[in-house]
Ligand binder design. Sequence first.
Ligand SMILES: Cc1ncc(COP(=O)(O)O)c(C=O)c1O
Length: 366
Amino acid sequence: MNIPLANPARELKKIKNFQTRFNKKLNQGVYVGGKDVTTFEENIASYIGSKYCVAVNSGTDALLLSLIALGIKKGDKVVVPSFTFFATIEVVMHLGAIPIFVDINTETYTIDVDDFKKKVNQNIKAVIPVHLFGNNANIDEIKKICSTHNIKIIEDVAQAFGSGTENNTKLGSIGDIGAFSFFPSKTLGGIGDGGCIVTNNLSHYKKVLKLRNHGQGKNYEHEFVGANSRLDSLNAFVLNEKLSIFPEIKKSRDDFYDFYTKNLSHFDWIKLPIKENENTILNYFTITVPPLIRNKLLSYLNQHQIGASIYYKKPIHLQKAVLDRYKKISMEKTEKISKCVISLPFYSFPEDKELDYLISKINKFK
Ligand SMILES: Cc1ncc(COP(=O)(O)O)c(C=O)c1O
């Protein structure tokens, strides 16, 4: 049996008459822009509880265009975690801004607020808290600190679509801008690259609207240099369809989480992921194990066609692209955790026989 790490096509099978309606869309011939994109933006704004949404063509562009809209430029300092996907830092470096790395806490692997407080000063222009694996990166606490220091917040919600705070304010709606990814393996995953920004600020909204379309307000009137970063129409159609079954997606992921928790909690060498609060939807199910076991477990699972993977093996502050530009620093907890993590298959609507296979194989690991 083959158990993938993520299974975005499985969700399509749960949507009534999906193939027929998709084919109809395909035959209509609208592939860029159109009603499906604007409907998707309205749906996302309303689901997240933000005034505005702009769909773009990736989570990376959502972050990049957010930084530009907030006026981040060469030499500005932007606080980032190092335990994240490279894109979070890449966009800062693209603009010639300087990433200031903070360590993580060992419960949710998101920004360590105490380390953040130590690094905050009047030269910091922005922070990108990453809601890693779906967990809240202490956003309320970070917001309090930022408001007293006039620091802009771009929430990296690439892995946390649908997650909320304790009072269920949706992640992404709390900072100045929230940047989502709809990469196929994400909690809300499309049929290709995709992303969006959400904001309550009209001028950020207007700026990103133009940035994603070559800096155009009116057709062929280029007010500034932008990019080609539009969400494909067919992708928007599929994302709208998936959003319509999102309560089922959430329930199924919650059940999968409970299944793992029930069946793996007796292993004293496995630390299970926590959900920061009951409104959390995990994107990845990431356990930690002793470093000496980690690679052995990974090869064992992969040999049995179980798509386990490591997020993230090498912290960003140790990546060549970063070391080529900045002095080497050390980051104790980030470096320690990166040697222990392993993400197990985690997706919506797993079949019973898949769950049985997974647990029987993990049980036999020696
Ligand atoms: C934390 C994080 N930030 C940003 C991104 C970038 O998103 P995309 O792949 O859609 O460009 C990802 C996607 O993998 C991510 O996991």
